[in-house]
Design a binder for this molecule. Structure first.
Ligand SMILES: Cc1ncc(COP(=O)(O)O)c(C=O)c1O
Length: 395
């Protein structure tokens, strides 16, 4: 590193900004690979499939047709209308294009919504274990981050009585995520109704992160957005990353009351200007074109889930529920007697299997590991063998 004369003086808030451990584990795994080690990658949360061909063709055509300029900050009307139609159809509510804001991926909805709503000292209730960005952003903005524990014995749902106890006059935002990263838990209709009853008619906002809504193996997707009295108070987050294997394209959206949408669009004007225009036109094709690749990816994830969970349950010290959605498995490893982080490190260093410690998703992730099944059956089987051999040597 070059020697610097001046100290780097960061704003204090930067010390409160968290991260996603997945990217760090990936970097460490790549270093081991450069040293000649063979690693099975089960750490990163992205589909291993290619983006469907019709979507790639639509993007190429859009580029040739000149969709290479700035567009409206809230998104191209060509995409906002089909998104409104899609959300109206799948969540059984009326949605207008003015209620849709297109952003570069699902993450910016979390970022912008919190920037727009949260004051210092406000309370944000978020699932724990859960996607680490919720807590990171809440803390960054000086909010009190209030974890609600997801309980394995409740199939990784929250206990509504605990939720009711956590709500105070300072609660500004309640975050829900179904299907859930990292546990694969899926809210039933009953779960959603019970949560809605606990929230009552309080003046707070619900962020419903439904980025895995098309990846469900058992049951159906249920959104709080569909319930009476919740549309006005709910911001839906969804996107193209997981459903259409488009993580690198950066295309997501939020659905919210139109007055809030104009403020989120203003944050877009101040940051990104707009989401890349040709990717939005490709998004129209993704939504309106052939959906068979969505279904074939879903079925393949289910097949892998079945193989991997059955394999994990044969390994000493591991027990794993069958996740009902998304593409993660979240085995309980308490019987190994190892702390999660130490076990995840040992599996990477000694067995060549990259996974994440449950604690990468918050304190209540202790006692669990997360393995993504976004890898081939052969690689998943090879990972199982390696973990089994490792456990025979070490447990
Ligand atoms: C629960 C959850 N929400 C949001 C995102 C962000 O998705 P995107 O890549 O579209 O920003 C992810 C990605 O891993 C996720 O797991």
């Amino acid at each position: 590193m070059t020697k610097t004369i001046h100290d780097l003086r960061l704003a204090r808030r930067m010390s409160r900004l968290g991260t996603e451990t997945a990217f760090e584990v990936l970097a460490k795994a790549r270093t081991l690979e450069r040293q000649g080690k063979h690693i099975v990658h089960l750490e990163i949360g992205e589909p291993d499939f290619d983006t469907p061909g019709n979507v790639i063709e639509a993007a190429t055509e859009a580029l040739h047709k000149g969709w290479t300029h700035y567009g409206p900050s809230a998104g191209q009307p060509e995409l906002r209308q089909p998104l409104a139609d899609e959300v109206a159809r799948t969540r059984h509510v009326s949605v207008t294009p003015e209620e849709v804001v297109v952003v570069p991926g699902g993450k910016p909805i979390i970022f912008f919504l919190m920037l727009a709503l949260i004051e210092e000292g406000d309370e944000v209730i978020f699932p724990n274990p859960g996607f680490p960005i919720y807590e990171s952003m809440a803390r960054f903005l000086g909010a009190k981050a209030v974890p609600i524990r997801l309980r394995e014995e409740l199939d990784f749902q929250l206990d509504v009585n605990e939720l009711a106890d956590l709500i105070t006059d300072r609660t500004r935002l309640v975050i829900l995520n179904s299907p859930h990263n990292p546990t694969g838990g899926v809210q039933t209709e009953r779960d959603v109704r019970d949560i809605a009853a606990a929230l009552g008619d309080r003046d707070l906002t619900v962020l419903s992160d439904e980025i895995y809504s098309r990846l469900i193996f058992e049951g159906a997707h249920h959104s709080i957005l569909s319930l009476d009295g919740f549309k006005e108070r709910t911001v839906l987050l969804d996107g193209f990353s997981k459903t259409y294997a488009m993580t690198g394209w950066r295309l997501g959206y939020g659905v919210m009351r139109p007055d809030l949408a104009t403020h989120i669009a203003r944050l877009m004007t101040n940051s990104n200007s707009c989401t890349a225009s040709f990717t939005q036109i490709a998004g129209v094709e993704a939504l309106r074109g052939d959906q068979s690749s969505v279904e074939s990816m879903r079925r393949e994830f289910q097949r892998r889930r079945d193989v991997f969970v059955a394999g994990l349950n044969r390994i000493k010290g591991f027990s794993c529920r069958l996740p009902k959605g998304a593409f993660y498995t979240f085995p309980n490893i308490k019987q190994t007697g190892w702390p999660s982080k130490k076990l995840a490190d040992a599996l990477l260093d000694d067995a060549g299997v990259a996974c994440l410690s449950g604690t990468a998703f918050g304190d209540f992730g202790e006692g669990y590991l997360r393995f993504s099944v976004a890898n081939s059956i052969e690689n998943l089987q090879s990972a199982l063998e390696r973990i089994e051999q490792w456990s025979k040597r070490n447990l």
